[in-house]
Design a protein around this ligand. Structure first.
Ligand SMILES: NC(=O)c1ccc[n+]([C@@H]2O[C@H](COP(=O)([O-])OP(=O)(O)OC[C@H]3O[C@@H](n4cnc5c(N)ncnc54)[C@H](O)[C@@H]3O)[C@@H](O)[C@H]2O)c1
Length: 361
């Protein structure tokens, strides 16, 4: 057996979750193990069964000591998806995923939308040069803060409120993250998107902070677009975008639109990141109950999320291996049906893992 280097040992927590999460995560782990073997890395994986099944069995969602444990004992977390029709309140999803995002303070949700093959876009005559957009979504504030309430619930006079939280600290750190990412990756443009013409308090703050920070990054072209226009422009001419930074809700929507431009939700990864701290990586898609249990889900989003995780933990060569295996699979049609291939989830994962292993021999 190959000797491993203990100084590179990384401890990864894996939460498959619900629905297709339980199918795509094992494939991502398979591919991750193959890449780690090529790089002779020491990888320690621990799986956690937090999910709708577990919640329905014993009421567990996110155990009280989980956050401390992840901070203390792990380098990163790989998650599948949460959501199950048997739990209409989605309490396990909110507690586990939003709980980890908020409690670990994973403020940057990074969602690359890169067109790996021009056959995958519904747009005409577009290549990777045109569609290579990194959506940076604020991940700990906004309308997802679960602040609000009901008044006269269930009556004709019912009132429901949902608070939109925007803090100076939160807005500043996510806009700065976007500029720093652009600088690090040699990207030239950052577009901030808000709805400050209608949300005249919260998004006025975004406007003021953006104007202040853009002055610090002279070499990067910075622009602003209202979210409604931005979504239309992403479809009309995606080549005008490079890095987009926006609030929690708008980033959630813009990144799904971005996924639609590059071949669908099966392909897109994301990182929930706090630089320098334990962070969480997951495919952008949900638990897809419509295809769960059929060996039909595309594992690429989860596999690329594992690739982003490799980069976060400093395994850059392994991240590149994973991305090039994915590019090869798409090029050679070794994919699931959503991308026009004939493989099942497991077979697609097997192909990627053996591609990586074969590349090393
Ligand atoms: N991060 C998360 O855990 C997350 C994100 C979004 C939705 N959800 C939850 O997932 C459940 C289903 O939500 P939804 O249907 O709106 O979104 P979804 O992303 O699960 O599915 C949307 C559509 O995309 C397809 N799709 C998704 N992933 C795919 C893949 N890997 N391969 C092939 N096709 C794929 C599905 O079949 C479905 O038609 C809900 O409970 C929702 O709350 C969870």
């Amino acid at each position: 057996m190959a000797e491993t280097n203990a100084s590179t040992r990384k401890r990864i927590a894996v939460i498959p979750g619900d629905g297709i999460g339980k199918e795509v995560v094992p494939e991502a782990v398979k591919v991750l193990r193959a890449a780690a073997a090529v790089g002779r890395r020491d990888l320690a994986i621990t799986e956690f069964d937090w999910s709708a099944d577990r919640y329905l069995r014993d009421g567990t969602t996110l155990p009280p000591d989980a956050v401390e444990m992840f901070r203390r004992d792990y380098d990163a977390i790989l998650l599948g998806a949460l959501g199950d029709p048997r739990v209409p309140s989605n309490v396990q999803g909110a507690d586990i995923l939003l709980g980890l995002r908020f409690k670990l303070d994973l403020y940057a949700n990074v969602r690359p939308c890169v067109l790996f093959d021009e056959r995958l876009t519904p747009l005409k005559a577009r290549t990777e040069k045109d569609i290579n957009i990194w959506v940076i979504r604020e991940n700990t504030e906004g309308l997802y803060s679960a602040m609000g309430g009901f008044f006269k619930k269930g009556t004709p006079d019912e009132i429901a409120t949902q608070e939109d939280i925007n803090t100076r600290k939160g807005v500043e750190r996510i806009i700065r993250y976007a500029f720093e990412l652009a600088r690090r990756q040699g990207r030239h443009r950052v577009c901030m998107s808000d709805k400050s013409n209608a949300l005249t308090y919260g998004h006025d703050l975004w406007q003021r902070v953006f104007k202040e920070l853009r002055a610090e990054y002279h070499e990067i072209e910075s622009s602003h677009m209202y979210i409604d226009n931005l979504l239309m422009q992403m479809v009309r001419d995606p080549s005008q975008f490079d890095v987009i930074v926006t609030c929690n809700l708008f980033g959630d929507i813009a990144s799904d639109l971005g996924a639609g431009l590059i071949g669908g939700l099966g392909l897109t990864p994301s990182g929930n990141i706090h630089p320098g701290r334990v962070s969480l990586f997951e495919p952008v898609h949900g638990s897809a109950p419509d295809i769960a249990g059929k060996n039909a889900a595309n594992p690429i989003g989860a596999v690329l999320a594992a690739g982003m995780m490799c980069e976060h933990i400093g395994w850059n060569a392994e991240a590149r291996l994973i991305e090039s295996a994915v590019r090869a699979a798409i090029r050679e049609g070794k994919t699931t049906r959503d991308l026009g291939g004939t493989l099942g989830t497991r077979e697609a994962g097997d192909w990627l893992a053996s591609k990586i292993a074969a590349g090393s021999s």
